[in-house]
Design a protein around this ligand. Structure first.
Ligand SMILES: NC(=O)c1ccc[n+]([C@@H]2O[C@H](COP(=O)([O-])OP(=O)(O)OC[C@H]3O[C@@H](n4cnc5c(N)ncnc54)[C@H](O)[C@@H]3O)[C@@H](O)[C@H]2O)c1
Length: 305
């Protein structure tokens, strides 16, 4: 029945003391993975420390017969990230799976956003994912195997009022993934992004979900996708998938067919104004696997001139 299992694999799940991360960690452990459960133990908007949440989840895993280790370092700290990866390797001998999930919010509209709130959110989400991935990648390369999951958000993909910091960090992770998938490809290191929707402590203050919907938005409904991304059976890299409430859908960046004017002629803003309908027409839009592929498509017609 359980064709997707993680026996022999070692996983790190950041921010796994609560919410989505807790669900991922418990699921991977139940399917055979040894799991380093990381959580700073902070509030949803601060970086206060408590070792309690990570220890509690690790204990629950061990009590149900799994193997787990607790860690309360911050992902936003390079030394902490390195320590976490070392602890995983020392305890379990490998680092096969990295789920970059830890996160906080500091919502304010731009004019009320203190620079430190912008920096803090970028530090945890974007730098945190970089530090963790940077520390784990050499081990994955050595193993010629790795599965990395990044956590993006519809906030970054489509925009939310009052979240310029969070949206920037979450879409920054997509750029990080687009480059990283190319660096990982030859070592069987796959990297994908989940855009979750789940009723958690983090989603409560945003008031996004009506209380009656919370039962339908359990973190456990996001976990199957993340588990598949983390599995040997995963066959994609560089994908973004929205997941929540039983809904799963790929989100993709596409380029329209555009307009081509002869580059030897003078181009004016009036031509842009007149042609903008065609420039922004997304009929026939296509994705590109890399910037190189996009550039070749963009330059090919010029070579014919
Ligand atoms: N819940 C949603 O609907 C939703 C939507 C989009 C994206 N997300 C993302 O999903 C991820 C998980 O969020 P959640 O909803 O489960 O929230 P959550 O608050 O329940 O869990 C986040 C965990 O991260 C931990 N954390 C915070 N800073 C940390 C740090 N520096 N180092 C280590 N751990 C740290 C917190 O202590 C907390 O336990 C986040 O990246 C969030 O941005 C959630």
């Amino acid at each position: 029945m359980e064709s997707i299992r993680f026996d022999g694999r070692a996983a790190i799940v950041t921010g796994a003391g609560a919410g989505l991360g807790k669900s991922y960690a418990k699921f991977l452990a139940a399917r055979g993975a040894r799991v380093l459960v990381n959580d700073l133990g902070s509030g949803y908007a601060d970086q206060e420390r408590s070792a309690g949440p990570a220890a509690q989840v690790a204990r629950e895993i061990v009590d149900s017969g799994g193997r787990a280790l607790a860690n309360s370092d911050s992902v936003a700290d390079w030394e902490g990230a390195r320590r976490m990866v070392q602890e995983c390797r020392q305890a379990f001998g490998r680092v096969d799976i990295l789920i970059n999930n830890a996160g906080i919010l500091r919502d304010r509209s731009l004019l009320k956003m203190p620079p430190e709130d912008f920096q803090m959110v970028l530090s945890v989400h974007l730098l945190g994912a970089f530090y963790m991935t940077r520390a784990a990648f050499p081990i994955m390369k050595e193993q010629a195997y790795g599965r990395i999951v990044l956590t993006t958000s519809t906030s970054g993909l489509f925009g939310v009022f009052g979240q310029t910091n969070y949206s920037a960090a979450k879409l920054g992770l997509v750029g990080f993934m687009n480059a990283l998938k190319q660096e990982g490809a030859r070592y069987d290191i796959l990297v994908n992004a989940v855009a979750p929707l789940a009723a958690t402590r983090l989603s409560q203050p945003t008031g996004f979900f009506p209380p009656e919907m919370e039962a339908l938005l359990r973190p456990e409904l996001v976990t199957p996708l993340v588990a598949w991304f983390c599995s040997e059976q995963c066959s994609v890299s560089g994908d973004i998938v929205q997941a929540g409430g039983g809904y799963f859908a790929k989100v993709q960046i596409l380029e329209g067919r555009g307009v081509r004017w002869d580059p030897r002629q003078e181009l004016t803003p009036e031509m842009i104004a007149e042609g903008y309908g065609r420039i922004s027409d997304m009929r026939g839009a296509r994705p590109f696997a890399s910037a190189n592929e996009q550039m070749q498509a963009a330059l090919a017609p010029l070579k014919e001139k």
